[in-house]
Design a protein around this ligand. Sequence first.
Ligand code: KMH
Ligand code: ZN
Length: 285
Amino acid sequence: MSPSSSAGTGTLITVAPTGAEHAKADLPQLPTTLDEVVETAVRCQAAGASLIHLHVRDGSHAPTLDAGFLRATVDAVRAATDLVVQLSTGGSVHDPLETRLTVLDAEPDSCSLTCGTTNFGDDVFLNPWPFMSELYVQAQEREVVPEFELFDLGHVHALARLLDTHGLPFGGKVHVDFVTGVPGGMPATTAALMAGVAMLPAGVTSWSATGIGRGHLPVMAAALSAGGHLRVGMEDNVVFRRGQVVAHNDELVARAAELATLMQRPPLTCDETRDLLAIKDRRGA
Ligand code: KMH
Ligand code: ZN
């Protein structure tokens, strides 16, 4: 896929509002309760997001993969918005692989699927091949569209192996997201991002990128200029500009939408994103 093959079309803006790493005690504006997540989802859709990447927190604001919490969150966001609802299968670095596989029981529209193990700060984010394979096949069977998370160039190679081994995902579209700037993964630079894009296997139909921390703006600009889509949100970055902490996720979405519009690639609607990713419509089911 050439870096500019989707240039000229609109921009899929994903919001990743919470993540598993930040503590509510340090960042009270982080959406962690069900009400806060729904309020965030509604405001982020209004600001230009069309997909939400969700990590769920429990009553103590700690990351959880509890089936009841996941199901309640999927249902509530689906009822309140038209966003494509994506659940993280990465969870936190402390979640066991077996528990991460149970995320699909909550019937999200989409799930993340990280294409390899990576150092993650002082921790290790584990994604061995048998886990990736099993998650991929289960997603195919349950008609959940995976988003392939690529933290490193080796993950691009592993994605090709996954597609060669198991065929295309449900719906036939292959969407990947470059997660750049994690300490231990590929750096949040234009050069690294373009190296990854150049390596994408032929089956890839769309790609997005996010830069962790201070990499978020350069990576956003690089992705937009090269025909890619965007992911923003407090999971990845909590500083809006130097000296100003993000007050609400919709600020990050609105800025991404503004830049995308300036680049004549305005935000895709939720329905356009559903088409782009071939999402099964579970609304009203
Ligand atoms: N929380 C990270 C260890 C994903 O959502 O799939 C993993 C992560 C990736 O955020
Ligand atoms: Zn995540």
